[in-house]
Design a protein around this ligand. Structure first.
Ligand code: GRF
Length: 225
């Protein structure tokens, strides 16, 4: 079991997908603590429903990003977590945080990186008129939405999409690829080679041919994800 901390700021639907896969025994991780920088984040309610420990650490109570990050590092280490899962956590992390968990921090982004980094990825992709968008799970480095890419899922974008409709289509696949990426991390199957991530015995590309929900996932999803 990989001991993890999950960091959230909002709804926590990705947190929910991680909890569900753990409870189904498909994802071999244990959530040691859920941390939110916002007291009203609905994800905290989800965590409590599953009896998971939660902590609220409000960034505005700290005089610098570094002090806020250091407070989170201490809570995560005290909880016994070894990896950190950013799941809709809306703060930029400083080297204080990144260097505390080398190659053990993952993030999910609702676009096909390096296109559309930042907080409005879904709306920017829809407005740009792209024909495809999707989501990316990557290791976190010191630049925003930048580190080595583990897995991506691609979905179509349509001319009548806005950020909301495209975002919903993407979110469904976030819920599938994020637990899968965490499982690979838990199994020790991810090797970072420069900017690339090798997934040991990586499955072939997963294709869903369904006129309502077509998608392409690379590397492919394994059983249960
Ligand atoms: C997701 O779209 C995620 O990719 C982005 O923030 C959103 C969080 O959603 N980083 P939720 O809180 O997991 O429901």
């Amino acid at each position: 079991m990989l001991p993890i901390a999950v960091l959230i700021s909002g709804s926590g639907s990705n947190l929910q997908s991680i909890i569900d896969r753990i409870e189904q025994n498909v994802l071999h991780a244990e959530i040691k603590v859920v941390i939110s920088n916002k007291a009203e984040a609905y994800g905290l309610t989800r965590a409590k429903k599953h009896n998971l420990p939660t902590e609220v650490i409000e960034h505005q109570n700290f005089s610098s990003r570094e002090e806020f990050d250091q407070a989170m590092v201490e809570v995560i280490k005290a909880a016994g977590a070894e990896a950190v899962i950013l799941a809709g956590f809306m703060r930029i992390l400083t080297p204080v945080f990144i260097q505390a968990f080398p190659n053990k921090i993952l993030n999910i982004h609702p676009a096909i990186l390096p296109s559309f980094p930042g907080v409005h990825g879904q709306a920017q992709a829809a407005d740009y008129g792209v024909r495809f968008s999707g989501c990316t799970v990557h290791f976190v480095d010191e630049k925003m939405d930048h580190g080595p890419i583990i897995i991506q899922a691609v979905v179509p974008a349509y001319t009548n999409d806005d950020g909301q409709s495209l975002g919903q289509r993407i979110l469904k696949w976030e819920h599938r690829i994020y637990p899968q990426a965490i499982e690979w991390l838990a199994q020790g199957r991810l090797k970072i080679v420069g900017r690339k991530v090798e997934v040991e015995n990586s499955p072939a590309v997963f294709v869903q041919v369904d006129e309502n929900e077509p998608a392409l996932v690379n590397p492919g999803l394994e059983r249960g994800f």
